[in-house]
Design a protein around this ligand. Sequence first.
Ligand code: PRP
Ligand code: MN
Ligand code: MG
Length: 183
Amino acid sequence: AADMDKDLARVLISEDELQAKIKELAARIDEDYAGQDLLIVGVLKGAVMVMADLARALHLPVQMDWMAVSSYGAGTKSSGVVRVLKDLDTDIAGRHVLVVEDIIDSGLTLSWLVHNLKSRNPASVEICAALRKPDAVKVPIDVKYIGFDIPNEFVIGYGLDYSERYRNLPFIGTLAPHVYGEA
Ligand code: PRP
Ligand code: MN
Ligand code: MG
């Protein structure tokens, strides 16, 4: 059975560091979109934590919507195949849209998603991601708001899963090697 403490190799980014960074990003977003109508779009399921924290740190009266997109399934490697599991409820034509993600790994998910959203004629589409792995990026992505650049290791917590587990860790950690053999 999964034991979150035993399964953790090390903490990469602490809860305090994450929360401080989210507040910084929120302050920039407040300033950049002042006086404008902003829709923030969380990419389920990984973006749930960063979306919830970012939204509460913002002073702008944003609207929130969600898309469910999955490219990883149960494994640790991107399949490269993006599946839309839930589309937006909102018509984004003429709207300022900020896509909120937990991580940019290969970049395939966001590259596909931004292209998809831009075809709906929004006023603008920008990205806010908590994490990015510069050494793993396969497609160049223009990210306006980035939390942390991290090494190319499999990370869990703060929304990020391994086989749907560990999303609820309040920090970013790496997984102990013994866990990979058990899935
Ligand atoms: C993960 C993560 C990002 C995406 C990043 O989602 O939450 O959405 O992969 O990888 P990429 O840059 O290589 O495309 P996943 O597909 O695992 O779905 P989930 O959010 O439901 O865990
Ligand atoms: Mn995701
Ligand atoms: Mg996942």
